[in-house]
Design a protein around this ligand. Structure first.
Ligand code: AVI
Length: 324
């Protein structure tokens, strides 16, 4: 389905020939306009750069969401049924989950789902020590594709999808993802989801153009990765990081712009670039509280509550699924 971040997970390393990465890159680079799915940002270096982005002063998203979770953890915890199972879609380091688990001791089972099995096991071991009453059952899987929940989780199921990763889906893909979550969790489920909000263009542009150049390095790392894994010969100095808010589409777009006319070899193919032509590498959709609720309602989820930070930069939404 969609170009997803897969949290801090690492995309499996690929050979240049016939690999999903080679196939997706060539498909995108031979299309007009050119694009590459953003899931390919997240090799080891990309994961580390993303962690660093979340610490940049301009990147308000993580700070705002963590603040909201801290300030409202008790209210969020009240929405979970006794002996609930919490399923996290794309758990990464489970940092934000710890805030919920600490406030909700009646969550007795936690299922982190992530494509990166090694990180899952490491995090699971830490969580078992920190929360001895908690059964931690990691599932190594692509969280946007069907997967089976382990164990007996019928008592109460809750989902957690923080980080505004939902914003990296096209809106119709976000709707498909919410339907998928409903299928995984079932009737009566609660879903807590982090959503970045529409705001002043300058604040959005700054968040994706931090002064330290970390987001730029994150974007350029896609070329580094293609050079290494797809036998490509991108000259890094002839591509520029472009990130800007597209007000009409309510999304921040990231591109890599070719500063000149050039040819690049990628996985045995030759790709022509015009001067100024870009590779579209990511969309990050921004919602209003109400537009996200409308999207969720359209997929059968009903709003239970929502919380924003004092600046109304970010929103944590709680939804329930009673249909089906
Ligand atoms: C993972 N995702 C929500 C981030 C975002 O803000 O769209 C990825 C990112 N791209 C550039 N900076 C951060």
């Amino acid at each position: 389905m969609v170009a997803l971040k897969q949290s801090a997970s690492k995309v499996v390393a690929c050979d240049a020939n016939g690999s999903p990465f080679a196939e997706d890159a060539l498909k995108g680079l031979n299309a007009t306009p050119k694009s590459i799915p953003p899931k390919y940002f997240y090799d080891d270096r990309g994961c580390a750069l993303f962690e660093s982005i979340t610490e940049q002063p301009e990147y308000y998203l993580t700070r705002s969401e963590v603040g909201i979770l801290h300030d409202n953890a008790d209210d969020i915890a009240k929405l979970f049924k006794p002996a609930s199972t919490l399923v996290e879609f794309g758990s990464g380091s489970s940092r934000k989950t710890r805030i919920l688990l600490a406030a909700a001791s009646h969550i007795t089972s936690y299922i982190p789902v992530d494509i990166c099995g090694a990180m899952l096991e490491q995090e699971a071991a830490g969580l078992r020590k920190e929360f001895p009453h908690l059964t931690v059952s990691p599932v190594t899987a692509d969280f946007s594709a069907p997967f089976d929940l382990p164990g007996d989780t019928h008592l109460g199921r809750a989902g957690f999808f923080p980080g505004s990763t939902i914003g990296n889906f096209e809106p119709h893909e976000a709707a498909a993802f919410l339907r998928h979550v409903a299928r995984v969790l079932g009737r009566g489920a609660v879903l807590v989801v982090g959503v970045d909000l529409v705001k002043d263009t300058q604040i959005l542009n700054a968040a994706y153009n931090d002064a330290a150049g970390v987001t730029e390095a994150f974007n350029i790392n896609l070329l580094v990765r293609m050079n290494r894994e797809l036998a490509a010969d991108f000259k890094l100095e002839s591509f520029e990081h472009h990130a800007f808010y597209n007000r009409e589409r309510q999304r921040v777009e990231m591109h890599l712009a070719s500063s000149k006319r050039q040819k690049v070899r990628v996985a045995g193919d030759t790709i022509d670039f015009r001067a100024g032509e870009t590779i579209h590498t990511e969309n990050s959709y921004k919602y209003s509280v109400d537009s996200f609720i409308a999207l969720a309602r359209g997929t059968g989820w009903q709003p239970l509550a929502n919380w924003t930070d004092p600046q109304r930069f970010f929103c944590v939404q709680a939804l329930t699924y009673q249909a089906g």
